[in-house]
Ligand binder design. Structure first.
Ligand code: UFG
Length: 330
């Protein structure tokens, strides 16, 4: 089955990986992006690109008019969100506008053009301080920051709109995403990185002199926080399966994307140290970090037949190779 997929935010880190996997699976891809955090060189050469902002209804309408007059989109994928937790605390108005109003406009345009299927990127941040350290989709959602709130609000908006207009949604709640595509053409490349994997790799490669480990007094085996790390290409594979599921089954779904397995911050550092030494020091805890966050991925396995194919060593290895490549280029 060849689908026509519109990827909003397809020039960013996760969106660009979804585009690569969609194209590898033989689908037609149209990317819409405002290039605020993404960049043109992240867009696969076989995807069609339109500059457009999700909060500008006219932008979306113009693009849908051109594209849907030739062939309507089978599926819309949404990646066009702001996603930095501390920034969301500082700029709640901006986060609600971009993340929730953007989704509302996207849904309005979808209903105008009678497009039936949407794949939406949500986050483990909707669980807040998890009640169970292994989260399943039926756990209580109680975000502790505006970022998580905007994602939960968007999930609910999508569900109500899909119910009213007979549409289908596939909502994915991501855990800790890292790594780079095997081509090394795309990866997480931006200033002011905050995530543990790229920061550890940058330290190992000498791009940073040293890194901080935020607390070693948590109630975990070595005292540092435990997270569920997932390769960005596994996540992208799930999006391809999700899109096909919607079209084939005409049914909605909401699933976690994680690995059922957690690693501590020190275990991440140890994995990177298999390649290069890492200079780090233990500092105070960072605000808002739960001790342990792991996804149950039983539902993804059962419904989509999806489970991660790439392990932690592959995640780290691909990030190292990608960073070495962009270092040599600059
Ligand atoms: N950490 C450090 N030093 C650093 C950076 C991070 O010790 O320099 C620690 C953090 O304190 C945390 C762990 O590494 O314990 C992971 O932190 P990240 O910033 O890499 O990721 P988070 O778990 O905070 O958040 C990410 C996404 C969220 C998502 C969440 C789901 O940013 O959007 O994963 O698990 F909700």
């Amino acid at each position: 089955m060849k689908l026509k997929v519109c990827v909003i935010g397809g020039a960013g880190y996760i969106g660009s990986h979804a585009v690569y996997e969609l194209i590898r699976d033989g689908h037609e891809v149209v990317v819409i992006d405002n290039l605020s955090t993404g960049s043109r060189n992240m867009i696969h050469k076989d995807a069609k690109f339109y500059y457009g902002d999700i909060t500008n209804k006219q932008d979306l309408k113009n693009i849908f008019n051109i594209e849907c007059s030739v062939k309507p989109f089978d599926v819309i994928m949404h990646f066009a969100a702001k996603l930095i937790v501390p920034e969301s605390v500082d700029k709640p108005l901006e986060y609600y506008y971009n993340n929730v109003e953007g989704v509302r406009i996207m849904l309005e345009v979808m209903t105008d053009f009678n497009i039936k299927n949407v794949v939406f990127s949500s986050t483990a941040a909707v669980y807040g301080e998890p009640v169970n350290s292994v989260c399943s989709e039926t756990d209580i959602t109680c975000p502790i920051n505006p970022y998580g709130e905007t994602k939960l609000a968007s999930e609910k908006l999508i569900k109500w709109v899909c119910k009213k207009y007979n549409m289908n949604y596939c909502i994915f709640r991501y855990f800790n995403v890292a790594g780079a595509d095997k081509s090394l053409e795309i990866g997480l490349n931006k200033d002011n990185l905050t995530h543990i994997v790229p920061i550890t790799v940058q330290t190992a490669l000498g791009i940073r002199k040293s890194m901080d480990v935020y607390g070693n007094d948590y109630d975990t085996s070595d005292g540092t926080c435990i997270r569920d790390y997932i390769h960005v290409s596994d996540l992208a594979d799930a999006h391809v399966l999700g899109a096909k599921y919607l079209v084939e089954n005409n049914k909605s779904l909401l699933v976690n994307l994680g690995s059922n397995k957690g690693y501590s911050v020190l275990e991440i550092i140890k994995e990177v140290e298999k390649h290069y030494p890492v200079n780090y020091k233990i500092t105070d805890r960072r605000k808002g970090d739960p001790a342990k966050l792991i996804a149950s991925n039983e539902k993804a396995k059962e419904i989509l037949g999806w489970s991660p194919k790439r392990d932690l060593s592959e995640i780290i290895n691909s990030d190292i190779e990608y960073r070495k490549k962009i270092m040599n280029k600059s």
